[in-house]
Design a protein around this ligand. Structure first.
Ligand SMILES: Nc1ncnc2c1ncn2[C@@H]1O[C@H](COP(=O)(O)OP(=O)(O)OP(=O)(O)O)[C@@H](O)[C@H]1O
Length: 300
């Protein structure tokens, strides 16, 4: 069963097309990063996955069910960037309230609160009220709240924004530890952090899914960014895809592609590409090796 499936998913706010025909399929497993510039549609996608808003067209399902449906009760949770705790109640009181809302008895809720606070190393603060917590501690409590009931999917919006390096690291550790049971989808502008944490990266721009890359495969293999002087033809892309060591070819602009390949003999891929360009009478502007997530996402 696929964790998330979106098929031509679109969302309009009035005339504004915030999400434009997004199609993707994601499996449960390692954390998934959602990146893109301000206004790209990340929050809109999160809101659709949570069932807070309905699509204007297209379909979305989580574990085969429509977001917000009763079958997904306790299976999906979200931590919005501006999530706030109620200043009037202790940490344990408000977390127990959310556990009760999930249908737990008061005894189960108490045990669950203890469990999730231990997961985020905040058990000692159970009896404190939010105003006596630091920003980092508040964030950990909010993550604990998102983990109540061991959901299958947890959506985290900028989970480390505004945190000092030690607290940001702590949050990363929590996500890593919990990833055995829960798939996290993390929206963030911090590419370096996402590189440490995530396997798959989804890149949204202007409401469209521009790229979906696997960080681990880009680290274990190599890739080349090739820019031609002419616009790319689909026959050329197909020919490159057929080269022995090529894993994947992505067109990133009219004249540019990123080729992911496994290293075989030295310069094999470069030599084969040059022969291919020569036989097709094509000229290239540049052929660059690159490996960071930023290079992958923003190579233009
Ligand atoms: N309720 C709304 N009504 C009208 N327009 C909206 C609404 N919510 C979002 N938008 C618009 O839809 C587009 C996508 O917004 P969204 O908040 O999903 O982007 P985002 O990628 O989360 O941005 P950021 O990184 O700044 O949080 C933006 O142009 C935004 O102005």
């Amino acid at each position: 069963m696929k964790l998330i499936e979106c098929n031509n998913l679109s969302k309009k706010y009035g005339d504004k097309l915030a999400l434009n025909s997004v199609s993707l399929t994601l499996d449960s497993g390692e954390p998934i990063a959602l990146v893109g510039p301000n206004g790209a549609g990340k929050t809109t996608l999160f809101s659709l996955l949570c069932g807070y808003i309905l699509p204007s067209s297209g379909e979305v399902s989580i574990l085969g069910h429509k977001p917000g449906s009763a079958s997904l009760h306790n299976q999906v949770s979200a931590l919005p960037q501006d999530a706030a705790l109620d200043p009037n109640f202790t940490v344990e009181t408000q977390l127990a309230f959310f556990a009760r809302l999930q249908g737990m008895s008061s005894k189960q809720a108490k045990q669950e609160v203890k469990r999730v606070l231990e997961l985020v190393d905040m058990a000692q603060s159970a009896k404190l009220k939010p105003l006596s917590l630091s920003h980092g501690m508040t964030k950990r409590v909010a993550i604990a709240q998102a983990l109540i009931g061991s959901p299958k999917l947890v959506l985290l919006d900028e989970p480390t924004a505004g945190l000092d390096p030690a607290n940001a690291r702590k949050v990363r550790e929590i996500v890593k530890q919990q990833s055995a049971n829960t798939t996290f989808m993390i929206s963030s502008h911090n590419l370096e952090e996402l590189e440490k944490l995530c396997d798959k990266v989804l890149y949204l721009e202007n409401g469209q899914l521009q790229q979906s890359v696997s960080i681990h495969s880009t680290q274990s293999s190599e890739y080349l960014t090739v820019t031609l002087t002419n616009n790319l033809e689909s026959e050329l892309i197909e020919s490159i895809t057929r080269i022995d060591s090529v894993i994947e070819v992505k067109q990133t602009s009219e004249q540019q592609l990123v080729i992911e390949y496994s290293k075989s003999s030295p310069f094999y891929i470069e030599r084969t590409l040059l022969e291919l360009f020569e036989s097709n009478r094509l000229q290239y502007k540049s052929m660059l090796a690159g490996r960071t997530l930023e290079d992958t996402l923003f190579a233009k």
